[in-house]
Design a protein around this ligand. Structure first.
Ligand SMILES: [Zn+2]
Length: 364
């Protein structure tokens, strides 16, 4: 499957418009190779908190915001975004989302089982609501599950609801000598947020036990960066940046990092091509462009919306259907989740197309 779609797309990609711009000297060094030289792709405002450039490293190709978002603006911006996105959310839609994440966890677990992998000690970085990990635990009931997060409130809720162990830290601040070792590390949509992606990947590899697996998904940076890039290219105006994506991975430079860490690739592909087929990542269309910046006020949003934490914690029944507790239904439900949530259309990441990059790699 991987081969059939990849070659024509790699050819297509090489002829399609590239992410380019004038060379500049950047403010902060590249998060992978420490180079100071970059191409300017776009300009943006992170809320009304910080003005940034979107730059592409001349040496390794990693795209990042520059200067890096400060800790303080990230904290404020994240809270504002959380409130902003959850404004219209009902308990029903939230439950649907939780159940979907749970099924994805089951699907991933089944995929590991098919490969003959049986993790005993799992760490999820930024586990959020814990639903994915819960799904993974459904497939591996004996596995010890630990969550790492910066938000203490989330960790306490995870402990209370699911009994997961917890570590209060950011990936970059992990002390590998103190944290123990894991035979599976899950980092779903984490790497695009970390300020030092090279260090974060090194640390995650370090805390893997020998033969352990690192699993991550992250947006395909080429398509993700296209929104701000095309806005700047066409209109020469700043984009609105509300989500703290600070890294936009070029698959070639990301693969180089994985190889440098001595990880052996098991699965490495891009998936989800809905927006690509509509021109995302290769056509300069209004619909793929980031919204122009209006310097939206983060503190205004925070003040005008209510704290949703309490509402979520008091959510009534479990989002997971009761059938999942029936032993007899297990094989059927596992097969259902696997079929429903496995990406069967896969493209070689070298083609730089598609929404997400999927990686499962083993420490040798
Ligand atoms: Zn670089």
């Amino acid at each position: 499957m991987l081969q059939r779609f990849s070659k024509p797309l790699i050819r297509f990609r090489s002829r399609a418009p590239q992410l380019d711009g004038p060379p500049i000297e950047r403010h902060d060094k590249c998060g992978f190779c420490r180079s100071k030289m970059a191409f300017l792709l776009a300009r943006a405002d992170y809320w009304d908190l910080q003005a940034v450039d979107l730059v592409r490293c001349q040496d390794c190709g990693l795209i990042q915001v520059d200067p890096m978002l400060t800790k303080q603006s990230t904290e404020t911006g994240c809270l504002a975004l959380y409130r902003f996105q959850h404004q219209g959310e009902t308990e029903r839609s939230r439950k649907r989302g939780l159940y979907r994440a749970f099924r994805r966890g089951v699907a991933f677990g089944v995929d590991l089982k098919i490969k003959g992998i049986e993790p005993k000690n799992v760490l999820e970085i930024g586990a959020g609501d814990g639903a994915f990990l819960k799904g993974l635990q459904y497939v591996f009931p004996k596995a010890t599950c630990t969550c790492l997060d910066v938000v203490d409130e989330i960790l306490q809720a995870l402990k209370r609801q699911h009994g997961f162990e917890s570590i209060h830290s950011t990936v970059e601040d992990i002390d590998p000598t103190k944290i123990g070792r894991f035979d599976l590390i899950v980092a779903r949509d984490i790497l695009e947020h970390v300020t030092k992606p090279g260090d974060a990947m090194r640390t995650m590899t370090e805390i893997l036990s020998p033969g352990g697996y690192l699993f991550f998904i992250t947006p395909n940076g080429w398509q993700d960066a296209w929104q701000m890039f095309s806005r700047w290219k066409v209109d020469k105006i700043k984009s609105e940046l509300l989500i703290n994506h600070v890294n936009y991975f070029d698959t070639i430079s990301l693969k180089k990092q994985i190889d440098m860490l001595g990880l052996k690739i098991c699965d490495w592909f891009n998936y989800d091509f809905k927006t690509f087929s509509r021109g995302a990542g290769w056509r300069l269309l209004e619909q793929h462009m980031a919204r122009p910046s209006i310097q939206r006020s983060a503190s205004d949003v925070i003040q005008k919306t209510e704290n949703l934490q309490t509402a979520f914690q008091t959510a009534s029944a479990s989002p997971i259907p009761v059938a999942y507790t029936w032993l007899i239904a297990r094989p059927l439900l596992m097969a259902y989740c696997w079929f429903k949530h496995t990406a069967f259309v896969r493209v070689d990441p070298t083609a730089r197309v598609g929404e997400e990059i999927y990686c499962l790699a083993q420490k040798t």
